[in-house]
Design a protein around this ligand. Structure first.
Ligand SMILES: *[C@@H]1O[C@H](CO)[C@@H](O)[C@H](O)[C@H]1NC(C)=O
Ligand SMILES: *[C@@H]1O[C@H](CO)[C@@H](O)[C@H](O)[C@H]1NC(C)=O
Ligand SMILES: *[C@@H]1O[C@H](CO)[C@@H](O)[C@H](O)[C@H]1NC(C)=O
Ligand SMILES: *[C@@H]1O[C@H](CO)[C@@H](O)[C@H](O)[C@H]1NC(C)=O
Ligand SMILES: *[C@@H]1O[C@H](CO)[C@@H](O)[C@H](O)[C@H]1NC(C)=O
Ligand SMILES: *[C@@H]1O[C@H](CO)[C@@H](O)[C@H](O)[C@H]1NC(C)=O
Ligand SMILES: *[C@@H]1O[C@H](CO)[C@@H](O)[C@H](O)[C@H]1NC(C)=O
Ligand SMILES: CC(=O)N[C@H]1CO[C@H](CO)[C@@H](O)[C@@H]1O
Length: 287
């Protein structure tokens, strides 16, 4: 079980090796221009996927976008949105909080616009922690506590998929992969995950530095080659199951347009995000 000190050292080492800025300014300012987009949501006739990339990946879907892309090949009329958040190693705690706020806002906005929509949440690494924090609430040590996802949205969420989530806990019903250790930011309270257990799958392999608190450097990057098809098929099977019982979500749906397919950023609640950034900056500067 890694101590908080070991965890801090790990993150500090990662920060130094990447030579990253430790200020939050540049990462927050880039999110401040898209507030108007809420009214432009058009409801997918297929599945809507909300994707959170891993630490240090360029803005957009990141590597786990391959899973989202493959799902859209299988489910016609599906759309994909990227969570617009810093995804930095430095100021990791603040970054996760901003990701949680942004993903929560995207879910709320989308379901408000499209009440019968079916949604999948995907995340790699830090993005996996974001997705699980959104669903379960944030309970990990050192992180700002956040509430679990509103029950009002539960029936819309048909799949939650993570690769290499640092908040991974062993022996959960949703665990996939070969890991038998908790992650470096192990979740303190999984109670609120339980109602979602049939729709969560988290892949974590033995030795992964983050989700398994392991020491095998390459493992964290192997999920895409090893599990993309498993994850894709599982999401499609959940979609199939959801459409079989309740009928395809149509209603207010408009045909997906080029502007809401892969990579387009959805609005978040930036005032809230800014507050969280201030709260999290204290941790960031420690690193
Ligand atoms: C830090 O950010 C500043 C301003 O964006 C940039 O000019 C500088 O190159 C960055 N430094 C590193 C190490 O990334
Ligand atoms: C997980 O389950 C295995 C098998 O029951 C058990 O040996 C192990 O101690 C458990 N690990 C934790 C962290 O609870
Ligand atoms: C864990 O979370 C549940 C649901 O959010 C809550 O009712 C419970 O009090 C929490 N347990 C602890 C030990 O904080
Ligand atoms: C890596 O982890 C394994 C299992 O936890 C341990 O047996 C091994 O000694 C570790 N190796 C190093 C170099 O720390
Ligand atoms: C994942 O794939 C790599 C090769 O890319 C392989 O070495 C490794 O054993 C695989 N891991 C699992 C758990 O199957
Ligand atoms: C999902 O349903 C489609 C259409 O019935 C079917 O072709 C496909 O094999 C199903 N996929 C999975 C993974 O269940
Ligand atoms: C719907 O359910 C029926 C009966 O359970 C099954 O035969 C069929 O394959 C399902 N269709 C899809 C698209 O999953
Ligand atoms: C099974 C399948 O369709 N896999 C595809 C997933 O997406 C990648 C990247 O677009 C393709 O290379 C795979 O063939």
């Amino acid at each position: 079980m890694p101590s908080p000190i070991r965890t801090l050292l790990l993150l500090a080492a990662a920060t130094i090796s990447l030579g990253q800025n430790t200020t939050l300014t540049t990462t927050t300012s880039s999110t401040s221009s898209s507030v108007t987009a809420t009214s432009s949501i058009s409801c997918a006739t297929g599945l809507h996927l909300i994707v959170a990339r891993g630490s240090t990946e360029p803005k957009g879907l990141g590597r786990i976008g391959v899973v989202a892309g493959n799902v859209t090949q299988e489910i016609p009329g599906s759309t994909v949105s990227a969570v617009d958040y810093p995804a930095t190693f430095d100021a990791y705690f603040a970054s996760v909080n901003m990701g949680v706020a942004a993903m929560n806002a995207m879910i709320a906005a989308y379901i408000t616009a499209c009440p019968s929509s079916k949604i999948a949440l995907l995340g790699y690494s830090q993005g996996g922690q974001v997705a699980m924090d959104v669903v379960c609430g944030t309970s990990e040590t050192l992180f700002t506590v956040t509430p679990d996802l509103s029950d009002a949205f539960r029936s819309n969420i048909i799949a939650v998929v993570t690769f290499g989530d640092p908040s991974h806990m062993v022996n959960q019903t949703w665990d996939e992969g070969t890991s038998n250790h908790n992650g470096i930011f192990q979740r303190a309270n999984t109670s609120a995950c339980e109602p979602y257990s049939p729709v969560i799958k988290g892949w974590c392999d033995k030795g992964d530095i983050y989700c398994d608190a392991g020491n095998v450097t390459g493992v964290h990057g192997t999920y895409f080659a090893n599990y993309t098809d498993d994850a894709t098929n599982w999401i499609v099977s959940k979609w199939n199951a959801s459409t079989n019982s309740s009928g395809s979500p149509t209603g207010t749906a408009a045909p997906p347009t080029a502007t809401n397919v892969a990579g387009v950023l959805q609005p978040a609640s930036f005032g809230f995000v800014a507050l969280l950034a201030v709260a999290g900056a204290a941790f960031g500067t420690l690193l």
